[in-house]
Design a protein around this ligand. Structure first.
Ligand code: WQD
Length: 320
């Protein structure tokens, strides 16, 4: 298939592009390069546009025709939980206008396959240790709201004009599948921690009084390479006639606390560094890890990498 990957020059998007090409698909990247880097794309074509802008729809319709696109993997979005709490309007404008423009253009150009990058943030602060897709989603930050609304938009398009769609609820993505594709955005725990160590500043732990085993927040860390492979499995699923589900968790099924991540970093780099236990961060749930039974049984996909692999791959990709 020929796939347009929005956010394709990004950390996750560039891994998805390489996985597509390795699997024999053709890829075209679309990115506004606000965070993405064209250097990550090699000879994959890039369409540079802000998907949330007025001109995006017409440009997309033309791009779909010019490149004979069969499907879209939509990753382009603002994704910082903390930033979304501080600036919700920006998140609604960016993340929802992008989806709207994309669906309008896909309907007009009759592009009928969509894999949507959703998020574990749709769940909010669940009362269960492991959350399954049928959990009653109650996002607690605007970022998570935009992802849940995005899923609803996919479902409505599917009912209205037959769009074949799958939403993947990413848990905490980290690591690097290639030495030139490290997560250089210092926006999530693992890159933030390595950046603090490099600057000889303490790593801040946001809350040590959470109702968890060691008092720090628990998350489900998924290797970006495993995540990219989940998109290939989702594309194959869209080609099937009968599709029972349209939403899948993408995680390992194992929760790791912030302190456990820090301990793993210590083991991987073999040197001491400072850690500060500070106040909780607004918008954080105590624990969030995935029930992965649906994706494993329906798509036949299972994460291959553990937390140590994730931390080590990030370290190797950023220490050269
Ligand atoms: C992880 C944990 C923090 C920084 C992410 C993405 C979001 C979505 C879900 C894909 C939290 C703690 C962090 C620090 C800390 N993914 N932390 N000190 O908030 O779980 O959300 O995954 O859609 O896009 O942002 O990720 O990396 O910000 O935080 O203690 O300096 O680490 O409190 O418990 P989060 P994160």
């Amino acid at each position: 298939m020929k796939i347009l990957v929005t956010g394709g020059a990004g950390y996750i998007g560039s891994h998805v592009v390489r996985a597509l090409v390795s699997a024999g698909h053709q890829a075209v990247a679309l990115d506004d390069l606000s965070n993405g880097k064209q250097s990550r794309l090699g000879d994959t074509p890039l369409i540079q546009v802000d998907l949330a802008s007025e001109k995006a729809t017409a440009l997309l319709v033309q791009a779909f025709k010019d490149h004979s696109i069969d499907g879209v993997i939509h990753l382009a979005a603002r994704k910082s939980v903390g930033e979304s709490v501080a600036n919700p309007e920006y998140y609604y404008q960016q993340n929802l206008n992008s989806v709207t423009n994309l669906l309008v253009a896909m309907r007009e150009a009759k592009v009928m396959n969509m894999v949507f990058s959703s998020s574990a943030a749709t769940y909010g602060s669940p009362e269960v240790a492991q959350v399954a897709e049928d959990y009653n989603c109650q996002p607690i930050n605007p970022y998570g709201e935009t992802k849940l609304i995005g899923e609803w938009m996919m479902s409505s398009a599917s009912k209205a004009w037959g769009l074949k769609t799958v939403s993947l609820r990413y848990f905490n993505v980290a690591g690097a599948g290639f030495s030139d594709l490290a997560d250089t955005g210092v926006a999530n725990l693992i890159p933030i921690a390595f950046n603090a160590i490099a600057n000889e500043e303490p790593i801040q732990v946001f809350g040590s009084d959470w109702p968890t085993e060691d008092g720090s927040c628990v998350r489900d860390y998924i290797h970006v390479q495993d995540l990219a492979d989940a998109h290939l499995a989702a594309l194959d699923y869209l080609a099937q006639e009968n599709r029972e589900y349209s939403v899948f968790n993408v995680g390992t099924g194992t929760g790791s606390s912030v302190l456990a991540v820090i301990d793993t970093i210590h083991k991987v780099i073999g040197k001491d560094f400072a850690v500060d236990l500070v106040d909780r961060r607004p918008g954080d749930p105590a624990a969030l890890s995935a029930d992965v039974s649906r994706i494993e049984s329906t798509l036949g996909w299972k994460a291959k990498h553990n937390l140590q692999d994730i931390v080590k791959s990030h370290y190797l990709a950023t220490s050269n």
